[in-house]
Design a protein around this ligand. Sequence first.
Ligand SMILES: *Cc1c(COP(=O)(O)O)cnc(C)c1O
Length: 406
Amino acid sequence: MKRRDLLRNLSLVPFVGTVAGTLLPFESTNAASKSKKRNLFKELGVRTFINAAGTYTFMTGSLMQDEVVDAIRSTSHEFCLLDELQDKVGEKIAAMTKAEAAVVTSGAFSAMTLGLAGILTGMDEKKVEALPHLEGTGMKSEVICQKAHDIGYNHALTNTGCKIVQVETAADVEKAINEKTALMHFLNIEADKGKIMHEEWIALGKKHNIPTSIDIAADVPPISNLWKFNEMGFHWVAISGGKALRGPQSAGLLMGKKDIIAAARLSMPPRGSTIGRGMKVNKEEIVGMYVALEHYLAYDHDKERKEWEARIATIENAVRSINGITTEVKVPQLGNVTPTLHVTWDPVKVKITTKQLQENLRNGDPSIEIVGNEDNHISMTAWVMKSGEEKIVARRLKEELAKVSV
Ligand SMILES: *Cc1c(COP(=O)(O)O)cnc(C)c1O
């Protein structure tokens, strides 16, 4: 074949490996079909389970949408420039979320580190390389945060070298602001636990010319949260890709002002001497995150909510009549906004500990994970279950509780 013909043919064949006469050892043409037949969890002896608990990192988060897995597969056969892909995907995501700019990060946690890094360094590459050492660089070094909002995930902020200054009232904020203040950070999931709400927080920042940010990692649904805080005026917003959005578990989004996102990207791969070099997102995850968001915005969330409610009702109905059991369905107002079934029992009538019940469900077939952090109480969600699994959970829970009910 002439070189010209070969090139023409190459463009017609989806897998380059099938064109060449001799395949290199790693170029197996049927790797895809082979891998489908392998059950790697089984081979490795790793337990899989029905997840009736929720989007917990230790349980590997959520299951990616089929569209996301397709996107990962379809982009894995070609190279591209990492920055070009982030530019193009970032533009699309910014348009979808009504932000000035956006970038795919390796989760909400890294979005927080990078968003703050962008504010500290601006476009100064010397400062980018200096992080997390702030002294003598001219960079600011303090982040103001309400006491109730200062949870463990704020380690993402202190990773830049900054320290957190806790406040409670607006007067505290005014006192705390000084020439070292880099950012005022807000945590949506604890919004009701603080004394200052979103708009006032932003207004305080504006008054003193301090940028504001918000962690909304676990705050879709509602879908409107994808743009609400961008429109409200936060300088940056961090969200997880691998929770309800069902994108790659190791992806997330940093959305915000154009200059901050551009500066944040200086601390991201492919650039190397940065605090963000370990926060790499591969091209497949970048595209996967884009497709996850696109598909999430397109589907019927009312229908989805009704399906979650129906699943939870199936489980509740199976166990509510057992002597000594009380059930209640609650939907959290902030964060993980999905129907959550609470099952409580009278230990005199139902003779099992939370831990034992949890273990019985875990060791059953199929294995089931629930939440059990309190005595005589478990809770469940249905949003990361697969359709039909609720029937299995209902049956198994009823079996285990009926057995020990007197
Ligand atoms: C899950 C979570 C994070 C971390 O998000 P990742 O996407 O896993 O990095 C940060 N903040 C809050 C409130 C969270 O719930």
